[in-house]
Design a protein around this ligand. Sequence first.
Ligand SMILES: NC(=O)C1=CN([C@@H]2O[C@H](COP(=O)(O)OP(=O)(O)OC[C@H]3O[C@@H](n4cnc5c(N)ncnc54)[C@H](O)[C@@H]3O)[C@@H](O)[C@H]2O)[C@@H](O)CC1
Ligand SMILES: [K+]
Length: 213
Amino acid sequence: MTRTVTIAEARQGDKHTIEEVGIPSLVLMERAALGATSRLLNGSFNLSHVLVFAGTGNNGGDGLAIARMLHVRDVDVTVMLTGSEDRTSTETAQQLKMIHYYQIPVIPASTDLAKYTTIVDAIFGVGLDRPVEGKFADWVDAINDAAAEVFSVDVPSGLNADTGEPQGATIKAKSTSTFAYAKEGFETSQGKQYTGQLYVEDIGVYLNDRFEG
Ligand SMILES: NC(=O)C1=CN([C@@H]2O[C@H](COP(=O)(O)OP(=O)(O)OC[C@H]3O[C@@H](n4cnc5c(N)ncnc54)[C@H](O)[C@@H]3O)[C@@H](O)[C@H]2O)[C@@H](O)CC1
Ligand SMILES: [K+]
């Protein structure tokens, strides 16, 4: 059976790997994005026009790295950012610099999603700490209503990864790439309705310092 972790364990695993093992946070982010990108490339998604809907935390940073990895493979990618560029996390700011190096378009978040064939949901991951409401709920609802297929990064945004319960507006994905370990809430029948097909990516974070495949 697949090992599952709580949000607290996932966070502790990341922290331990960064601070004790010594793998830099940005390296973990790159590994996460490489895994997710290969699922997108092989997962029967229509990649004619991809939108990466990115938050300002590290889940958004994963999304920006995915945008870059698709762009260098000649996929047409646009980024929508939910907040201002000067209020992003440290790693996400570094990812934004790379996005600008490649001149990938970055536009403010909106509900105008008609032209996209695939939307990458990188709004919230395990950092979700309150229900999704207001403009964030408008964006999530618009993503769910769009014709595009949806791929979630780590956690479908809005899903409580411990309980599998939606916290306000919540993304319903065709598939989800989650990092290091599946989260407990993904095992519930309700959680499965939001993750869709679940992939677990090896990013080099191991709870007991050993790969347990
Ligand atoms: N270095 C690491 O720790 C790694 C983190 N990774 C990614 O980073 C994610 C966690 O990143 P963060 O801790 O930055 O958290 P998130 O990126 O999940 O979200 C945090 C941000 O969202 C805000 N927020 C939370 N709930 C909200 C709500 N309902 N409405 C509006 N704003 C809300 C918080 O205030 C915070 O600014 C993981 O899910 C994973 O995708 C991966 O890159 C792997 C390595
Ligand atoms: K997400």
